[in-house]
Write a protein that binds this ligand. Sequence first.
Ligand SMILES: *Cc1c(COP(=O)(O)O)cnc(C)c1O
Ligand code: SF4
Length: 383
Amino acid sequence: MAFNIVTKNNVRDRFKRAVRPEIWANSEDKDWNNWVWQQQKRIKSMEQLEKVIHVTAEERDAFAQSNEMFNMGITPYYASLIDPDDPNCPIRLQSVPKYGELNILSTDLEDPLGEERDMPVPGITHRYPDRVLFYTTHNCPVYCRHCTRKRKVSDPSSSAANKQLEDGLAYIEAHLEIRDVVISGGDPLSNSDERLEYILSRLRSMDHIEVFRIGTRNLVTLPQRVTQNFADMLKKYHPVFIHTHFNHPKECTQEAFDACTRLADAGCILHNQMVLLKGVNDHPQIVKELNHKLLMMRVRPYYIYQCDLSQGISHFRTPVEVGINIIENLRGWTSGMAVPHFVIDAPGGGGKIPLLPEYVVKHEGKKWVLRNFRNEQFEYIEP
Ligand SMILES: *Cc1c(COP(=O)(O)O)cnc(C)c1O
Ligand code: SF4
């Protein structure tokens, strides 16, 4: 059988490149595509932001009142995804302060996930039997307004010093029940390649460590950080899982596509952890579009998190039903690969608890009455 081999893969062409705002229109490509330049040119003040988007009075005032507590920081790349005229742009809601942040509810908690409670040494949260969270820095290229670790992130006084890093590695080395390490932060890609490689090589030298994951939002906020050198370095330490944090289809650009390609081609396995945010992605159609784009980028949707009870993020919280409804509208209606788990990270350190629409209509003895995604009922009788 004769056929024409497709030599041009057009999937990448379905992703758009970020359009540079006026102030960077004349910067050179080699700068724009360089992550160090992107880091250095981060937007940290209202004067800088005003050159890129039309700032509202609320944003100016909310910035003045929140910047002490939680800095603003936006890479030029991520800022270029903001709609300059729409105050409700999903990229803008995630990166520019709003009044909602100043509103601390009595039900908000300082350490909602009990991460400090389960901390045997500073920098390690050991909650589950066989895996730990390992904090390696408190910096991020973009400070997400919905960050659950606001009380730590962006605060230089809490950053993980070398002593803390060594203590964390020593803890992991001494605990033979740990087989999976979640390298977290802040954003671990704020570490230099050398420091990251040191961490990975130490972990790989431990016989009880089977897998680790790098939890990073750089694929979303600073995809230039994922250089070919970095991807090549990871090859030495496989299996390497990358857990990223895309929240909206607008974040799925050609730059992000290329960064995911470098990692996937290097043999990494990519998963996405979305946070459910009011006004950003609290609709099944948006999540479906996001997940379809992620699959094309070789990223498998893994979790949807219910927004937790951290202080200053109440304006992002949705009713729990919203998340269940999203799963109801995905399961069966689209590829199972595009259906993540919807979880609530239980306040006080209970861990992640999955929530599903109810598919069991009735269960009596050996008889199960189930419903499918179209709400049709079926019986399964156990032999
Ligand atoms: C989320 C989390 C993990 C990893 O959980 P998985 O369900 O395995 O992805 C591990 N430790 C802590 C403290 C966590 O919050
Ligand atoms: S990248 Fe993660 S840790 Fe950093 S500000 Fe965003 S949510 Fe918080």
